[in-house]
Each structure stands twice: as structure tokens, then as C-alpha cells.
Write a protein that binds this ligand. Structure first.
Ligand SMILES: Nc1ncnc2c1ncn2[C@@H]1O[C@H](COP(=O)(O)OP(=O)(O)O)[C@@H](O)[C@H]1O
Ligand SMILES: [Mg+2]
Length: 262
């Protein structure tokens, strides 16, 4: 990876508004292709909002969002095409309960490709193998543990071979062992499949060990960007408050009420 390589994500002077309020402003950021970025910050700080800008779900109020050197399109057809290149793992998993594990993973392939059934079955098998769940192909979501269901959702997010993976709070609701499995899986998939991963989370200590870059969002903007080691060593009171999980300090306790106005 050379410094001149096109970044997977490039944000320039980005402002994001929601419900008539500015949630984030002045965001400048590059995510190197092949890297893992941890986006940290207190609840309500705008982490999911930032992901929504990357998927094109939320158009910028100002500034630009580029993925692999291309601006995120606003037109619906071009946007749908671009979204096939983004794998998204949301908090809720979103598995369909009436479908088997294999059928759930096949969904994006059936929706977005014209591949023959036999080939789809082989791809599904490969994706389930990648998350260590090949044996669960015929199971139904209700038969799975929380960690297994998260891995099925991960296999489904990978179905179309997206170069960019976005994870929104991938550890929510998981016990420490399942959390460890998910984090090492995210790292292994990123490295073996040559992906770029962005992990939004408030689980600092589980996420930093696998991250190349750490970002902290608070008080309506990006307050830190650097390596995990630089983050741990930061003397910034805002960063320290967040890392220690303290209620009082420069980060407003109620980010909603005291959020920066537009
Ligand atoms: N669809 C929406 N309409 C209006 N406000 C929203 C919407 N989604 C989120 N917000 C507000 O934007 C802020 C950031 O939310 P979010 O990005 O979900 O935070 P985080 O993911 O960091 O917890 C919050 O104040 C939240 O209430
Ligand atoms: Mg969120």
C-alpha cells in the first residue's frame, strides 16, 4: 500500500444534518484501502449518522463523500449500484426468521445477480465457511446463539464481495467470548479478502487491538484521528473522558440537547 493509493473513503469538509439539526461538521478524513478503522464516540454523537453518509442514505449538507475516488452518487440508480460494493452489518442482524441460514445469505445474490441456483449455493457455502458456520446452513435463525446469528449476518453482508465493510456496533448484545470471535473474524476477513473495514462502536477496548486507525467523534465533530497507540497516549481531556467513560467533562452528558446547532 503506497501513500499515493486512492483512499477507500475520503471525506472533505463534510457536514451532516438530521431533522434540521447539524449532527456533524467539518469532517475531513481518509481511510486507506485495506485498513481497519475504529469510529469511537459516546452514544448519540453521530457515529451511525456518519455511516449513513457513506452508504448514501444521508446526503451531505455540505462537503463531499468519496468512495474509492468516486463521489457517492445522489441519483437512485447509480446509488444502488454503488451500494452493492458496500457490505453493511447493522446492530439488529436483520435475518429473516422464515428463511434458513443458507437462504438468508443467498438473499443479496438472488436480489442483485442473475447467477444460477447451483452457483449461488456454492457461493453461500463459501461465505458460511468463511464465518465458520458451514454446518449451520440448514438451521433457522431462532436456533442460533446471538454470536452465530451475527456471523450469519456477516456472511450475508459479504455475499456480493464488497470491497468496503461497514459495521455498526457489531458487539452489541454479545458476551465476551462471542465478542472476541466477531472481532477476530472481522480482522481475518479484512486481511484475507483484502477488504477495507470501518467499525463504529463504543466498545473501545475490544476494537482498538484490531484497528489501524482510530477516530473519536464527540461534540459535533471529529475530535481525534490517529493510531490506536496515539489514542491511548492522548492527553486531550475530551479523549481521556471518553476513554475512561466518565460522565463529567468536556463531552456534554446529553449529546442530544447540547448538540451543536446548525
Ligand atoms: N433520522 C433521524 N432524524 C433526526 N435525528 C436523528 C435521526 N437519526 C439520528 N438522529 C440524531 O442524530 C444524533 C446522532 O445519532 P446517531 O448517529 O444515531 O448517534 P450514534 O450512532 O453515535 O449513537 C442524535 O442526536 C440522534 O437523535
Ligand atoms: Mg449508532
Amino acid at each position: 500500500m503506497t501513500p499515493a493509493a486512492t483512499p477507500a473513503v475520503h471525506l472533505s469538509d463534510l457536514r451532516l444534518d438530521r431533522g434540521g439539526r447539524t449532527i456533524l461538521r467539518g469532517i475531513n478524513l481518509s481511510v486507506q484501502t485495506g485498513s481497519i478503522t475504529a469510529v469511537l464516540g459516546p452514544s448519540g454523537s453521530g457515529k451511525s449518522t456518519l455511516l449513513a453518509a457513506l452508504t448514501g442514505e444521508l446526503p451531505p449538507a455540505a462537503g463531499t463523500v468519496e468512495l474509492f475516488g468516486q463521489p457517492v452518487p445522489q441519483r437512485s440508480h447509480a446509488l444502488l449500484e454503488m451500494r452493492k460494493g458496500i457490505g453493511v452489518l447493522l446492530q439488529g442482524n436483520g435475518l429473516l426468521t422464515d428463511l434458513s441460514v443458507a437462504e438468508n445469505v443467498a438473499l443479496p445474490l438472488r436480489a442483485h445477480t442473475k447467477l444460477a441456483d447451483a452457483l449461488i449455493r456454492r457461493i453461500v457455502d463459501f461465505k458460511l465457511n468463511a464465518v465458520g458456520l458451514r454446518a449451520a446452513a440448514e438451521a433457522y435463525p431462532r436456533e442460533l446463539s446471538g454470536g452465530m446469528a451475527r456471523r450469519v449476518a456477516l456472511a450475508r453482508a459479504l455475499a456480493l464481495d464488497p470491497p468496503l465493510m461497514l459495521y455498526d456496533e457489531p458487539l452489541t448484545g454479545l458476551d465476551p467470548i462471542a465478542s472476541g470471535v466477531i472481532m477476530s473474524l472481522i480482522q481475518r476477513l479484512n486481511d484475507t479478502l483484502g477488504l477495507t473495514s470501518i467499525i463504529v462502536t463504543h466498545h473501545v477496548h475490544e476494537t482498538l487491538p484490531i484497528a489501524d486507525q482510530a477516530l473519536v467523534i464527540a461534540n459535533g465533530g471529529l475530535v481525534f484521528s490517529g493510531t490506536p497507540a496515539e489514542l491511548e497516549g492522548s492527553a486531550d481531556p475530551l479523549v481521556r473522558q471518553f476513554l475512561r467513560g466518565e460522565p463529567d467533562g468536556p463531552i456534554a452528558f446529553d449529546a442530544v440537547k447540547r448538540g451543536v446547532a446548525a
